[in-house]
Design a protein around this ligand. Structure first.
Ligand code: EPU
Length: 354
């Protein structure tokens, strides 16, 4: 077994072994993945495999990581998402740096544990049963740095997009103003090719530093990556560690004015209540928000989830909301859109967990 020092690291909050971690409920939820290292693909419950002993695994992982890494059991994921719904992660890790991140990935592979990398959780819907695996957050300082070199910004995957926009403005670098109101992180923006106000992430990113699921690191020029509307497929099988963004020289005042303009436009058309941004991708024929609006679905409620009255492509949540409410509301909207317009809305937010 682990020493007391290690146990206190896993528990963080109380310096005691995590409570309730391997209770029957959690054990039943701990389905094993069919193949190592995949965040999806779990075996169905009751398939006869012994579920992992999470507390023991968390202790073992803590032993391998440097002291600067954070590791917790049963971490509520609702507080790591902007929708504020969803259950806990069996194990939650903030690796101190690339070496520890690689160790976590290899540990997951070795033990066939599902894992999931989260950013600021602004495009994420975690189901109420939580995530039966290891959730990795690049929130430690090694991953949140922003450094300026000439017209380039070197940004860690955990850096907030708002900070990237503000730093660009401060250094008189234009072109990144659209990032101002996107509530995500650099890593999330890369994975989703996030965009707003006519700008998109890969329009202004020059290169990306990536880690594959075995822990190997490489740098990719943007030309080497396939990039699509709201997606960079390579980042479904690799983890973005950092990116180089390129701006062009302009006066900070002009940049600031454009940021204010975008901000005003956003406040006028999007809800301030908690949400995951746009829920659906825009179909080619019509923006999803307008479509939902035209069908009179704004204000439709399921439990604590509501189609925003301000923008039809936003679902907002209140304190009573569950992930189930949000999922049921998504189904309801998709069903109506399918029935009345024959359009199959594709979900933009990432849905994880059980
Ligand atoms: N519209 C309506 N009713 C509504 C919402 C929109 O009629 O309830 C109309 C608008 O008047 C406009 C059109 O639909 O004519 C498009 O709306 P908007 O300008 O708000 O843009 P969007 O396509 O709905 C996209 C991004 C947003 C981004 C905005 C602003 C997607 C799926 N969404 O929204 O990104 O903030 O542009 O540039 O591409 C996100 O991805 O999470 C997100 C919020």
């Amino acid at each position: 077994m682990q020493n007391a020092e290690c146990r206190s690291r896993v528990n963080q909050g109380g310096g005691r072994r995590a409570e309730g971690g391997d209770q029957p409920g959690a054990e039943n939820g701990g389905q094993r993945p069919e193949n190592g290292g995949r965040a999806a693909d779990f075996r169905p419950p009751g398939c006869g495999l012994r579920p992992p002993a999470w507390a023991h695994l968390a202790d073992e992982l803590a032993d391998r990581l440097s002291r600067e890494s954070v590791i917790r059991r049963n971490e509520p994921l609702a507080k790591h998402t902007t929708l504020r719904v969803g259950g806990p992660a069996e194990v939650y890790v903030e690796p101190a740096g690339e070496r520890d991140l690689a160790l976590v990935l290899r540990f997951c592979r070795q033990h066939e544990l599902p894992f999931l990398v989260i950013g600021r959780g602004s495009n994420l819907l975690v189901k109420d049963g939580g995530f039966p695996g290891v959730v990795i957050s690049l929130a430690q300082p090694q991953f949140t740095r922003i450094e300026i070199a000439g017209q380039r910004l070197h940004c860690g995957a955990g850096a907030r997009l708002k900070r990237v926009a503000v730093e660009a403005r401060r250094h008189g670098l234009a072109g990144l103003e659209f990032l101002e109101g996107i509530p995500g992180s650099v890593g999330g923006a890369l994975r989703m090719n996030a965009g707003a106000m006519g700008g998109a992430t890969f329009d202004v990113v020059e290169s990306v530093r990536l880690m594959d699921y075995s822990g190997a690191v490489r740098e990719c020029k943007v030309g080497e990556l396939a990039v699509e509307y709201r997606s960079c497929p390579m980042l479904k099988t690799h983890i973005a560690l950092s990116a180089v963004w390129v701006g062009w020289a302009d006066l900070p005042e002009g940049i600031g004015q454009r940021m204010n303009q975008f901000s005003r436009k956003r406040w006028n058309s999007q809800p301030a209540a908690r949400s995951a941004g746009c829920i659906f991708k825009n179909p080619d024929s019509i923006p999803a928000g307008r479509l939902i609006d035209e069908l009179g679905l704004k204000g439709t409620r399921v439990g604590g989830a509501l189609v925003s009255a301000e923008h039809g492509n936003f679902i907002v949540t209140d304190d009573a909301a569950s992930a189930r409410d949000v999922l049921d509301l998504i189904d309801l909207v998709r069903g109506r859109v399918r029935a009345e317009r024959g359009i199959e809305l594709k979900i933009e937010v990432e849905i994880v967990g059980q």
